[in-house]
Design a protein around this ligand. Structure first.
Ligand SMILES: Nc1nc2c(ncn2[C@@H]2O[C@H](COP(=O)(O)OP(=O)(O)O)[C@@H](O)[C@H]2O)c(=O)[nH]1
Ligand SMILES: [Mg+2]
Length: 395
């Protein structure tokens, strides 16, 4: 898989409709933001969202995820507009996929498959390719009996960057063998990583963490004068990058890695464990937040949850709110339009978060280079603290 893609680039952009089943507790505002994010993922994967379908339910329908009336409604729309695929904001069970596909006769993509696809597009190093491939096979294994029917095989495109036809027709045994081989290959990478890390011993390690698309790679480039790929896309960077940075004569290692997202499939986290080692072994986490995003508080919670999942929740954290340029613009507009609830000033935010965290919180703009000196100073101070505690003789 990985490089062996079945994506026909000559094809016009694929069209998609999105489907979400929020609980009654979820506000409409939240539902809209979640679907905005799903549409952004869809766009990142290369397709265009044509329509969104929402059905409030206590929990998704066991057989078809949405109720039969809603499914008919989706079906009518798909037929009328010649839609290529239906994307669900949750993971579907193999039997749900089978039932829905039988009904709609188009490609059915769930959240895991969509994210896996983006990862496959974005992986650059051999290790990241192997990690994505592993996750793809693990996703495929329980679904081998019903995914990739005649329909999906002809079409290609999103969700079809998985194993080719020959693999699909063979049985689970072969997929299991592939997983075993990949495990061995990944072990070799892990050994190499371990050797690299030994070579880097003696330096404080700092990891940039945060939700996807908040500006981690931009900050990495700013601090280390490196050239990590940054783009207004979700998961622009899947591979971990480590650079040496020197501030006030104290060297430390800074790593940029894959961003987090809500409902990140656990299988994916597992496959990326060795990439996430950079976070797990860090002495200090720089948690970057996009303050201009309406759901930034949700994002902070998702990142903290994911850190818990990878046993890194109790590390020291420096909270950095990025994109204040955009935030201030939004606020300015609210003030001008005399809106009822104008967002708080940066000073108010600072007071709130410093009280909450009992530590400084920084407010910067990485692209407009606002308060970057503060960030450098604070980082230097925190790194020096760790450095002199650990290497008291190494002044
Ligand atoms: N307005 C604004 N955009 C920013 C800022 N920092 C980063 N960005 C943009 O946000 C997008 C995502 O940045 P990136 O560094 O790739 O985010 P990552 O996914 O967290 O690594 C890119 O289009 C950046 O140019 C900022 O301070 N202000
Ligand atoms: Mg990035």
């Amino acid at each position: 898989m990985g490089k062996k893609q079945f994506y026909d680039t000559a094809k016009p952009q694929e069209s998609a409709v999105l489907v979400a089943v929020p609980s009654y507790r979820q506000t409409d505002e939240q539902t809209k933001e979640y679907l905005d994010e799903l549409a952004f993922l869809t766009e990142t994967a290369g397709a265009q969202t044509v329509k969104r379908f929402v059905q409030k339910l206590d929990k998704p329908d066991r057989a078809t995820f949405v109720g039969s009336g809603k499914l008919d409604e989706i079906n009518a729309f798909v037929k009328e507009h010649g839609i290529d695929m239906v994307i669900f904001d949750d993971d579907l069970t193999p039997s749900q996929v089978r039932n829905i596909e039988r009904e709609l006769q188009v490609k059915i993509v769930d959240r895991s498959l969509l994210i896996l696809d983006i990862f496959a597009l974005r992986a650059k190093t051999a290790q990241a390719h192997a990690q994505v491939e592993m996750a793809q096979y693990q996703y495929l294994l329980p679904r081998l009996t019903n995914l990739w029917t005649h329909l999906s095989k002809q079409k290609g495109g999103i969700g079809m960057k998985g194993p080719g036809e020959t693999e699909i027709e063979t049985d689970r045994r072969i997929v299991r063998e592939k997983i075993t081989l990949l495990k061995e290959r990944l072990k070799k990478f892990e050994k190499q990583n371990f050797e690299q890390r030994k070579a880097r011993a003696g330096m404080v390690r700092v990891a940039l963490v945060g939700y996807t698309n908040v500006g981690k790679s931009t900050i990495m480039n700013l601090l280390s004068k490196s050239d990590v790929f940054a783009e207004n896309k979700l998961f622009a960077t899947v591979d971990a990058t480590v650079r040496k940075v020197v501030l006030e004569n104290i060297p430390f290692l800074l790593s940029d890695t894959v961003g987090f997202i809500r409902k990140l499939p656990t299988k994916l986290i597992e496959s990326f464990k060795s990439t996430l080692d950079e976070i797990r072994e860090a002495d200090l986490l720089v948690h970057v937040v996009d303050i201009s995003h309406p759901s930034f508080e949700d994002h902070i919670a998702v990142v903290n949850e994911t850190l818990k999942d990878i046993n890194s929740a109790d590390k020291p954290v420096l909270l950095v709110f990025n994109k204040i340029d955009q935030y201030l613009e939004q606020r300015e507009q609210e003030l001008q339009e005399e809106e009822a609830d104008v967002r708080p000033s940066i000073d108010d935010l600072k007071a709130t978060y410093m009280a909450k965290e009992h530590a400084p919180a920084l407010f910067i703009s990485a692209t407009n280079k606002l308060n970057i000196e503060d960030l450098r100073e604070e980082l230097q101070r925190r790194v020096a603290e760790i450095h002199f505690e650990r290497y008291p003789n190494n002044v």
